[in-house]
Write a protein that binds this ligand. Structure first.
Ligand SMILES: [Zn+2]
Length: 354
């Protein structure tokens, strides 16, 4: 997981986005022939109720997926998982040989979980095991720090766009673990969905990307909106992306701190309307940076509280990133960026931002 340390707000990209990988990707459905709950891979957190939160089930048209077995609370830890193995995101070695070698070094259980995953973008005539292993890896791997890892448990999460995904994953470098948290309350029987890519773009673009990289036509709740609903959603998502690009120009001094904070508030409002809740911790933390740079003490406090709230939901209350923003809420002057620009009251979150 990225943190906001020692860096001005960069142009946005969801830290979890799978398309950050250098490998090509494809579909997540297909070769699901063994229905086996890979329960040993899931370690529910100490605070989670004893009853398992979800089960792996076969979902018509999607291969397998995760369905809530009980009501799940926003912020609940769903999966904590070690990688089966990780590879550098760029290597001079043949990726095929590298994946094969690392796979052979894993346990028999791990290998079984690996071979149970689906893959795409491999002609049916290609049946060599090392080719199939690379295809499985490319279809299911996610960014894990500076590397790319395979997590058979998390790999069962299917995709939803914008307001349709309800689970987010993050890599904790200090623990070498992937965490998945509930972004919103999830009712018993609902499917747990994460996002494979930055979905803050129009439906046509999202669908084209998902189809070419993962080989499926997205039929999530947002992609299934009627034309009027979809058009309204597309407009919001496009505006959100534009505001993200705009506020990032504060880093070069192209806009004032007031304009940057105003843009962040506009993003927040549009996302509220859209139902897009992900990345709010990071957004508020960027506002903390701007407010600190302009020495706006009370704005740092209020943005830092908001950042702590949303980082807690997405990353877990014990993550280093949460502890860091909590420190800034208590002591705004401790921020790295404090007083690095001209003093200016930039303003806090819009009144209803929660
Ligand atoms: Zn979709």
């Amino acid at each position: 997981m990225t943190s906001t340390k020692r860096k001005p707000p960069p142009p946005k990209k969801p830290p979890q986005a799978r398309d950050a990988l250098r490998f090509s990707f494809g579909l997540r459905l297909g070769l699901a022939f063994v229905v086996a709950v890979v329960a040993y891979l899931f370690t529910n957190g100490a605070n989670a109720p004893n009853r398992p939160a979800f089960e792996v089930v076969r979902i018509p048209g999607k291969g397998k997926g995760l369905i809530a077995q009980r009501d799940i609370q926003q912020g609940e830890l769903l999966i904590r998982e070690k990688p089966l193995f990780r590879v550098p995101s760029s290597t001079t070695e043949s990726p095929q040989q590298l994946v094969w070698k690392l796979l052979q070094a894993t346990s028999a259980e791990g290998q079984a979980a690996f071979w149970d995953l689906s893959y795409v973008n491999l002609p049916e005539t290609v049946t060599q095991r090392d080719h199939v292993a690379l295809a499985i890896f490319e279809t299911n791997a996610v960014a894990a720090g500076q590397q790319v890892g395979i997590f058979p448990g998390m790999a069962r999460l299917n995709h939803g766009c914008s307001s349709a995904f309800n689970a987010v994953y993050t890599w904790r470098e200090s623990e070498q673990m992937l965490y998945v948290h509930a972004l919103r309350n999830i009712s018993k029987g609902q499917e747990l969905l994460t996002t494979y890519t930055d979905t803050k773009r129009p439906r046509n673009e999202r669908r084209a990307f998902l189809s070419s990289h993962y080989g499926f036509e997205c039929t999530c709740a947002v992609c299934s909106l009627d034309n009027a609903g979809s058009l309204a959603s597309d407009r919001r998502l496009t505006s959100i992306s534009e505001f993200y690009r705009y506020f990032a120009t504060w880093g070069n001094g192209d806009i004032t701190g007031v304009e940057a904070i105003e843009a962040i508030n506009n993003i927040w409002k549009l996302e509220e309307e859209e139902g897009y809740w992900s990345e709010r911790g990071r957004l508020a933390a960027d506002a903390v940076w701007i407010a600190a740079a302009h020495s706006d003490f009370s704005a740092v406090r209020s943005w830092a509280r908001l950042a702590a709230k949303w980082y807690t939901i997405e990353l877990g209350g014990d993550s280093e990133t949460v502890l860091e923003v909590v420190r800034f809420a208590a002591n705004p002057k401790a921020h790295t960026a404090w007083n690095s620009r001209e003093p200016l009251p930039v303003g806090g979150p819009w009144p209803s931002a929660g």
